[in-house]
Design a protein around this ligand. Structure first.
Ligand code: BEZ
Length: 303
């Protein structure tokens, strides 16, 4: 079976009509019908109900359609990914979630650029789910994110687990305490971000609360980290953020560590599966060298 058979079948199934499918594929109808017939012979299964108008798929046809679409998507991704890996000029395009800017990202990028000045590094802020798509489409080479996706075409390395902290206005009653538990946040208005795309860090925070059986008084979804922090400063609620965000000093925001043992958020290094570009190995080495200098604990991995 060839990819061509899949493309032809998907067009026929989507158009529910051979003439329109042939037009869409820019081929004549008789060869299209022959290819579909050949596909059914190859599979030894009837995919399209005989004589149906508009055309209807059999149960096997519906099953084949779902999987044919997935395979065609993967073939398209594979083309973009391979083109990216094969590029000769040395460039490194990095996707990152906003919170990592307050962690070690700036130092890591500076360290990498000092060591490899010939490599042009570009940075793009994007959510973890957007990073997965951008990796597959070849728009970025590496993503620093926080959500564990199970996509088989992406290799993910957990760099470290970062403690979560509560961000509160300084006059809040909980600000008098040195440390908090998640259960202290019951009855509070919680600001979570980003609102979209989902799943996002918002879902990670809600999952951590639900694991601790804590239902906040109210949850407001906001567009991004900076908005959440501005609203905390305005006394509009409390936000749960990774501890590196404490580097974002705000006159009207104080941070308190959350002592629950599962109140952590991972920092992930995601690349295309099997992409062994030397730049990626050098970038990972830059991460570990910064961690060594700062005494940050990690479990080293190789690409
Ligand atoms: C970190 O804070 O550990 C980190 C941030 C961005 C990229 C890599 C590591």
């Amino acid at each position: 079976m060839e990819l061509r058979h899949l493309r032809y079948f998907v067009a026929v199934a989507e158009e529910r009509n051979f003439t329109r499918a042939a037009e869409r594929l820019h081929i004549a109808q008789p060869p299209l019908s022959r290819q579909i017939q050949q596909l059914e012979e190859l599979l030894d299964v009837v995919l399209i109900e005989k004589g149906s108008r508009p055309l209807r798929l059999t149960e096997a046809g519906e099953f084949f359609l779902v999987h044919a679409r997935t395979l065609l998507d993967q073939a398209r991704d594979l083309k973009a990914m391979t083109q990216r890996v094969g590029k000769l000029e040395r460039k490194l395009v990095v996707g990152f979630v906003a919170s990592t800017l307050y962690g070690e990202l700036p130092d890591i990028v500076r360290r990498f650029s000092e060591r490899f000045p010939q490599v042009e590094v570009t940075l793009h802020e994007m959510m973890t789910v957007e990073q997965m798509q951008a990796l597959k489409e070849g728009r970025i080479d590496v993503g620093f994110g926080r959500l564990k996706s199970e996509d088989p075409s992406i290799r993910r390395i957990t760099l470290r687990e970062e403690r979560m902290v509560a961000a509160l206005p300084p006059n809040h009653r909980l600000a008098e305490r040195n440390a908090l538990w998640l259960r202290d946040l019951v009855h509070e208005k919680l600001l979570v971000y980003p609102k979209s795309p989902r799943p996002s860090f918002a879902d990670q925070v809600l999952a951590v609360l639900s694991e601790a059986n804590v239902v906040p008084g109210a949850v407001a979804e906001v567009r991004e980290l900076q908005i959440a922090m501005g609203l905390v400063a305005a006394g509009q609620g409390i936000a749960i953020v990774p501890e590196s965000v404490q580097a974002m000093h705000h006159r009207n925001v104080v941070y308190r560590p959350l002592d629950d043992k599962h109140a952590f958020s991972p920092i992930l290094f995601s690349v295309r599966h099997m992409d062994r570009s030397p730049e990626l190995g050098h970038l990972l080495a830059a991460v570990y060298s910064i961690y060594d200098e700062l005494g940050i604990a990690y479990v080293p991995e190789t690409l």
